[in-house]
Each structure stands twice: as structure tokens, then as C-alpha cells.
Design a protein around this ligand. Structure first.
Ligand code: HPA
Ligand code: ZN
Length: 343
């Protein structure tokens, strides 16, 4: 167990969450509440039955449940409420900046208008900023196991509102859907001013990380842990200052590793790569962001090491210089008030 003093310090440490799927923050209780509100029939015997299903054997077994539950999200208010529920938890865990993924192709396939999705998510982030002081950005992700044409269509649909978005990402079932398939889609996203990120090297090989870096020209890699298998790639990632958004509890729950101590985080850090800590899909994986930091503390990471990871997240966030300076000042203030724990 992490000592309460360290756990409290982790929770007040200013940090950015850079790998968070808003649909993955849908807690079972809220899923049932929205299902009732929207008269959506869920294929479970009830809340308890649903709760029993949170055991996964791999990424796909999780995605099956995750996509099923997304069907309860129907109105702009649903999306707004989902964002607010997440931000209230993130606030308690020291998040000052959140760059939020969502899967627009799936919502459109569910019959929801893209503007409804965007209006609801944006309303949630604006209210969240007022209530909790958390600054947010939205990153739609291409669902890589849907046809490339669908990816092109969703970028076309999002383009008129590109100024309201932060970036473009790539998620869903990885193996068999290499990043190189999406070179043109990402080039277009770059033209319309979006930052670029992609999931790679979670279940897929280092080669997929290499494609994300070289073919998609991403600025961060989500997960990326299998980069450790390719020394040349590690050099490139380090030289270009590409941060990896790691999600320890996700990797454990999806059986990417059997034990947290199998994660190559220290080896990645030793090769000079910027590592950040994130929760991915916290409602499904047993913890929000500070719980992920706690898990690393239990593995033996010290508070100074964890503070470095939080500081990395502030440097890797897609914010302007003024905002970054403000976040780094808040971080310095925290470090000053916790200096006895940081020696
Ligand atoms: N990996 C890939 N796609 C996802 C994930 C993930 O961990 N969560 C939601 N979509
Ligand atoms: Zn993810």
C-alpha cells in the first residue's frame, strides 16, 4: 500500500491527462441512468450483471463492451454530463489539463449527429473549466478497424469545426490495422491545423510505432511501450521529443502484461524518452489517473520520480507558452510545499 502521505501528494500534484477516452469514463451507474433516460435497452440483467463483466482477456474483449455501452449516449446533454462526471473526478486527482479522446465514427454509426456530439462535449469542457479550473482539448480518434473511407468521411465532417478541436488520434483494435493505412487521413488533419497522435505499440509491434512516427508524423504516441524493442526507434522518439502516453492499469487489465513490473517504463526513461502517466478508460480499468500514479509508487517509483512524470505531462500537453508557464508555476509551487518529500 502507498502511504497516505504519498498518495495525498500524488493527488495534489498538478498534472495533465493526455490519454483519456471520454467513453471510457462511463461508469456502470451512469450507463444505466442514461439508458433509462434514453429508453435504450441494455443487453445485461442489470447493474450487478454489468459490473461482473469488467474482466478482459485482451484489447478486443474490452472494446466489445466499451462499444456496446456507447450506445446509451444519445443527446448533447448525455455527452456534457459524461464530461462533467469525468472532470469532477479528474479535479480530485490533480488534473489541471485534459486532452480528451472520443470516437466520432461510432457515435455517427449509432445515428447521432456529429454536431450533437461536439456541442455536448464542448459544453462539458466549458462548464468543467468554470467549475474545476481544468483546461481541456478535444481529440477525435479514427477507429482504425473501420474502413479507411469512413476515416476520410469523418475528417471531412469535422473539418468545418477544426478550430474547436485540438488534434486527431487513432485508436481501437490495433493488430492488423497498421498506422500506414491512414497516411492521407493524417496529412489532411495536419493541413486543417490539428495536432497528431496515434495509439501504437500497445498490442501491436514496434514497427507500428515507427509507422506512426514516420508515416503519420505524430507528435505523441499513445501507449508506445513496445518501442522498447527497437533501439533506433527509441533514438528517433527521444531526439524528436515525442512523449509516450502510458497507461499502467490499462496494460494490466487488458493483459498486455501479466504484472505491472513487466512494463518497460524504467528502460524507456533510461533511454531518454519522455513518459507520461494516464488512465485511458478509467471506468473499465479500475482507476483514475492518480490511481495509476499510486500503482507506480507501489512498484517502487519514488515521489521525485513520479513528480518528473507529472512534469513531463505538462511539457507534452498541446498548450501555448503562456498556459504552459502557468501550469509549470503551479507545479513549482506544489514542489516547494512538498520539498521535504522530494529529497
Ligand atoms: N486502445 C485502443 N483503443 C481504445 C482504447 C485502448 O486502450 N481505449 C478506447 N479505445
Ligand atoms: Zn487509449
Amino acid at each position: 500500500m502507498v502511504s497516505p502521505i504519498i498518495s495525498d501528494a500524488i493527488r495534489t500534484m498538478p498534472k495533465a491527462e493526455l490519454h483519456l477516452h471520454i467513453e471510457g469514463t462511463l461508469e456502470p451507474e451512469l450507463a444505466y441512468e442514461l439508458a433509462e433516460r434514453n429508453k435504450v435497452e441494455l443487453p445485461f440483467a442489470g447493474l450487478e450483471d454489468l459490473r461482473q463483466r469488467y474482466h478482459f482477456t485482451n484489447l478486443q474483449s474490452f472494446l466489445d463492451l466499451y462499444y456496446e455501452l456507447m450506445n446509451v449516449l444519445r443527446t448533447a446533454d448525455d455527452f456534457k454530463d459524461l464530461v462533467l462526471a469525468y472532470l469532477s473526478k479528474a479535479h480530485e486527482q490533480g488534473v489541471v489539463r485534459s486532452e480528451i479522446f472520443f470516437d466520432p465514427q461510432v457515435h455517427v454509426e449509432n445515428g447521432i449527429d456529429i454536431d450533437t456530439v461536439l456541442d455536448g462535449l464542448l459544453a462539458g469542457t466549458l462548464l468543467g473549466r468554470e467549475r474545476y479550473g481544468i483546461s481541456c482539448g478535444l481529440i477525435p480518434c479514427i477507429v482504425r478497424d473501420m474502413p479507411v473511407q469512413s476515416a476520410e468521411e469523418i475528417v471531412d465532417a469535422l473539418a468545418p469545426r477544426a478550430s474547436e478541436l485540438l488534434g486527431l488520434g487513432l485508436d481501437s483494435a490495433e493488430v492488423g490495422y497498421p498506422p500506414e493505412l491512414f497516411g492521407d487521413v493524417f496529412a489532411r488533419a495536419r493541413e486543417i491545423g490539428l495536432h497528431l497522435v496515434a495509439h501504437a505499440g500497445e498490442e501491436g509491434p514496434a514497427e507500428y510505432v515507427s509507422q506512426a512516427v514516420h508515416d503519420l508524423k505524430v507528435e505523441r504516441v499513445d501507449h508506445g511501450i513496445r518501442s522498447v524493442e527497437d533501439a533506433e526507434l527509441l533514438n528517433t522518439i527521444q531526439e524528436r521529443g515525442i512523449a509516450l502516453t502510458c497507461c499502467p492499469l490499462s496494460n494490466l487489465k487488458l493483459k498486455v502484461v501479466n504484472d505491472l513490473d513487466e512494463l518497460p517504463l524504467q528502460r524507456l526513461i533510461d533511454s531518454g524518452v519522455s513518459i507520461t502517466v494516464n488512465s485511458d478508460d478509467p471506468a473499465y480499468f479500475g482507476g483514475y489517473i492518480a490511481d495509476n500514479y499510486d500503482a507506480l509508487a507501489e512498484l517502487g517509483f519514488t515521489l521525485p520520480q513520479l513528480a518528473q512524470l507529472a512534469e513531463n505531462s505538462l511539457h507534452a500537453a498541446f498548450v501555448d507558452d503562456d498556459e504552459r508557464d502557468g501550469m509549470l508555476k503551479a507545479f513549482s509551487l506544489w514542489a516547494q510545499t512538498h520539498k521535504d518529500l522530494l529529497v
